[in-house]
Write a protein that binds this ligand. Structure first.
Ligand SMILES: C[S@@+](CC[C@H](N)C(=O)[O-])C[C@H]1O[C@@H](n2cnc3c(N)ncnc32)[C@H](O)[C@@H]1O
Length: 233
């Protein structure tokens, strides 16, 4: 296991112990676990920036339980605006917190393609989609740095909490630009306390370099959805 995955595990474990110690009135322990959670989170961030790794698949349930602020599935649908026949791509779907509502909104004629580099994440997504009876979603194990799709395949794309995990994120942005149709929409979401969190100004600069123009941003500095467009020609 890489050190950043160990540090992340430590931060989650310490965080879970904070309320346990507090409920017992063990205040020194509460402070200790809180300090350890923050220190381990900081170590994860530093390591991840040097050597990005995917969010550990064994912690998939965290992605479904974590409060998302202004980055909920509802908020995403508001800015993505899935049309009836849209072809939409999700990069780094995880277990599908956003994928299921997007696929539902595309019924009956649209289609969501959800990719993730970890097949274990897609197993959870496929199980949840089957339980929900969704037929407008298909999954594929793929790396964002080399998308296995032809130019101009998708009307829209989105990527939530994923860009900072990709070793060459700028290459992934260029790939998204390539597979989107002219005038296509890209939504990127970032949320603290994700150790790979990317600040808005940094994202805007990187997206502009990849050929996107910023349309609007919703949410706050620490939990936002940024909407971009490709050029029309
Ligand atoms: C923090 S999780 C977020 C999952 C989901 N978007 C959500 O908000 O719940 C990031 C996801 O991106 C995937 N990922 C990381 N690097 C990737 C890459 N190079 N290509 C495709 N997916 C990747 C990880 O496996 C993980 O499932």
């Amino acid at each position: 296991m890489k050190p950043q995955a160990l540090a992340f595990l430590l931060s989650v474990a310490a965080l879970l112990l904070v309320p346990v110690a507090a409920l017992r009135g063990a205040w020194p322990w509460t402070g200790l676990w809180a300090a350890l959670a923050v220190a381990a989170w900081g170590a994860t961030r530093v390591w991840n920036q040097r050597d990005p790794i995917p969010f550990p698949h064994w912690a998939w349930w965290v992605l479904l339980a974590l409060p998302r602020g202004r980055q909920s599935a509802r908020d995403l649908l508001d800015v993505l605006q899935p049309g009836p026949d849209d072809r939409i791509l999700e990069v780094g779907s995880g277990p599908g917190l956003h994928a299921l509502p997007v696929a539902r909104a595309l019924e009956p004629g649209g289609q969501l393609t959800a990719i993730d580099i970890q097949p274990e994440m897609l197993v959870h997504l496929e199980r949840r989609a089957a339980v929900a009876g969704l037929t407008t979603i298909r999954t594929r194990r793929a790396d964002a740095e080399g998308l296995p799709f032809s130019d101009g395949t998708f009307d829209k794309a989105y990527m939530i909490g994923t860009l900072g995990e990709i070793a060459d994120g700028d290459r992934a942005l260029r790939e998204l630009r390539r597979v989107l149709k002219p005038g296509g929409r890209l939504v990127i979401g970032e949320l603290l306390p994700d150790p790979d969190f990317i600040r808005r100004a940094v994202l805007h600069r990187r997206a502009r370099t990849a050929g996107f123009s910023l349309e609007r941003v919703t949410g706050s500095s620490w939990s936002y959805l940024a909407v971009f467009r490709t050029g029309s020609g």
